[in-house]
Design a protein around this ligand. Structure first.
Ligand code: TMP
Length: 207
């Protein structure tokens, strides 16, 4: 991005049930405790396009795959412009629950992966992507417990075979130079152990 004082843009990624939301919060708390100004955020974002993307993810009102891919890409640029860039310019560390890697993994299930990259060409790369690597069946059982516990709507990607393909897509993207600096962490451990591993990665990145 441009010159001047600038924070850092950190992204947490993984398949559904890998713990991205919990770890985004934990990493945000850890950074705050170390004295950083922090913005915790997520994609789909809380903006108007993000809300639309989430609505069109639900099985009841699902959008066609190409439409969904365009909605996520549009939400990403809107999220960058309205939340991420201003926070970075103010010197904050931005921690996003999902970003570009999610589109490359999820939308590539039904769309041409090269096209998904192309429509995301203007999304700036994060300073660091932290990937939670969790076996598909472990993550799927966690996500199912959450849905069964209420408060969640069935979404387009809630099926074990899809989650297995997704886990495979994520693994193929490990270390992809088109995604910027990346650290993959074993997410199949107690949450505190995962947070410790993420904190070590952030320390190594100078945070
Ligand atoms: P979550 O809030 O549980 O992470 O749900 C968001 C869902 O949206 C999840 O199934 C992943 C999916 N998604 C995409 O398919 N593409 C994207 O670019 C993003 C950000 C999320």
């Amino acid at each position: 991005m441009d010159d001047g004082p600038r924070g850092r843009f950190i992204v947490i990624e993984g398949i559904d049930g890998s713990g991205t939301t919990l770890q985004t919060r934990a990493v945000g708390d850890w950074l705050t405790a170390r004295g950083h100004r922090v913005l915790e955020t997520r994609e789909p974002s809380t903006g108007a396009i993000g809300a639309l993307a989430r609505q069109r993810l639900s099985v009841q009102t699902a959008a066609a795959p190409l439409t969904l891919a365009l909605l996520f890409a549009a939400d990403r640029l809107d999220h960058i412009a309205s939340e991420v860039t201003p926070a970075l310019a103010a010197g904050a560390v931005v921690v996003s629950d999902r970003y570009l890697m999610s589109s490359l993994a999820y939308q590539a299930l039904d769309c041409d992966p090269a096209w998904v990259r192309e429509i995301n060409r203007h999304a700036p790369l994060p300073d660091l992507t932290l990937v939670l690597d969790v076996p598909a069946d472990v993550a799927f059982n966690r996500a199912q417990r959450r849905t069964a516990g209420g408060g969640s709507v069935a979404e387009r990607f809630d099926a074990l075979d899809l989650q297995r393909r997704l886990a495979d897509h994520y693994r193929r993207l490990h270390g992809d130079p088109g995604l910027g600096p990346m650290v993959v962490v074993d997410g199949d451990r107690p949450p505190e152990a995962v947070t410790d591993a993420l904190a070590q990665a952030l320390l190594r990145a100078g945070l």
